[in-house]
Design a protein around this ligand. Structure first.
Ligand code: HEC
Ligand code: HEC
Ligand code: HEC
Length: 278
């Protein structure tokens, strides 16, 4: 028995501790020149559309090769090469990664099987780059950017940053909670009125990116209005238990739901931007 304990201390505990070590994950940033091929630097997300073309070119080459339709095969092989070369023209840092020597060989391939083998080699070069850069490119250039979004205050007409607005919102939610727990009903009522105004202001800012009303309705629509009304009734009845419950519901239906969609991406994007400027 004693010997077993000794074993545990000598060998298993150090192992468990090693398992708790901090792990790091490193992400590789794409060259900054990639940014020229995305909005807002460009009118369109040109890079992404070139990628969609490449996928289509690859499929057409496979299909015409299988059909042994040599005329169409030639047309699509030319397109594939042109689009593939665009990678190095757009991002010179990536020029050396390209497997251009495969194209003359693909044109000379004497059977669908040998063309297929060469295409799979080409696809390896697509996958190699995607493994390293696809996620970071997407996060950096194609996730919504909240850093420049302003919310107009209907009271002061000031344009406020998202961060400022958010800190105000959580402060008001907590003020309602604290004041209702301690029976300071007028303070809670005042904070609730402000929360209502602030949420309406926030809703007016969504159109910086959203044209349709459905996403706004989901997060700041009827359900939230009903919760605000229930809160008001709870405060009138001095029901601190009910107030706590409705506040929780509001925080889930509005704050948490919107955060689940927008916040992790906004944070990741900002971290990548900071790293890129370093
Ligand atoms: C040197 C780098 C590089 C090479 C080589 C490359 N890509 Fe890409 N590709 C990217 C990056 C970066 C993205 C991410 C773009 C984004 O999400 O905005 C991407 C995204 C894509 C997408 C979009 C996927 C999606 O649905 O969001 C497709 C399709 C694609 N690539 C096809 C190809 C094909 C096919 C090839 C090879 C013939 C290829 N790519 C070669 C860098 C590369
Ligand atoms: C900086 C740009 C930006 C701002 C500002 C923004 N969104 Fe979004 N939001 C997006 C993008 C992009 C998507 C994903 C594509 C889409 O659904 O349009 C999205 C998706 C959503 C979705 C999920 C899709 C759906 O239809 O359910 C909801 C909900 C949402 N946003 C709510 C809001 C609300 C509410 C506001 C304002 C308080 C807001 N967003 C402000 C860019 C933004
Ligand atoms: C667009 C939908 C949206 C709604 C609705 C929303 N938030 Fe946010 N919130 C965000 C985004 C996006 C960020 C991250 C901004 C960033 O990091 O650039 C954020 C960040 C925050 C932060 C962190 C601020 C900081 O100090 O960095 C707090 C706190 C917060 N929200 C509270 C709330 C509360 C409380 C509510 C509900 C009463 C709420 N939010 C509703 C989108 C939303």
């Amino acid at each position: 028995m004693n010997r077993l304990l000794l074993w545990v201390f000598l060998f298993l505990l150090p192992l468990a501790a090693a398992g708790d070590e901090e792990r790091e994950l490193s992400l590789r940033l794409p060259p900054a020149s990639l940014g020229k091929w995305y909005r807002p630097a460009n009118k369109h997300d040109v890079w992404l559309h070139t990628m969609f073309s490449l996928r289509r070119d690859m499929q057409a080459v496979s299909e015409y090769s299988a059909l042994e339709d040599h005329q169409n095969l030639k047309v699509w092989l030319d397109r594939l090469e042109k689009d593939y070369r665009r990678i190095g023209e757009m991002v010179p840092e990536w020029k050396d990664e390209l497997e251009l020597q495969l194209f003359p060989r693909m044109r000379k391939a004497d059977s669908p099987e040998s063309l297929g083998r060469l295409q799979r080699k080409l696809a390896k070069s697509c996958e190699g780059c995607h493994r390293e850069y696809q996620l970071t490119a997407k996060l950096r250039y194609r996730t919504p950017d909240f850093s420049g979004v302003k919310v107009e205050s209907s009271e002061t007409l000031d344009e406020e940053s998202y961060q400022r607005v958010m800190r105000r919102l959580v402060m008001l939610v907590n003020r309602i909670k604290i004041a209702s727990v301690d029976g300071r009903w007028p303070v809670a009522g005042e904070a609730l009125e402000q929360l209502r105004v602030r949420l309406a202001d926030l809703k007016n800012s969504c159109d910086a990116c959203h044209e349709d009303k459905a996403p706004l309705e989901r997060v700041l629509g009827q359900a939230v209005q009903e919760q605000l009304t229930a809160l008001e009734v709870g405060l009138k009845k001095k029901d601190s238990h009910g107030v706590g419950r409705y506040l929780g519901e509001l925080a889930v239906a509005s704050c948490a739901r919107c955060h689940a969609i927008h916040r992790p991406l906004a944070q990741l994007r900002r971290q990548l931007e900071v790293a890129q400027k370093r």
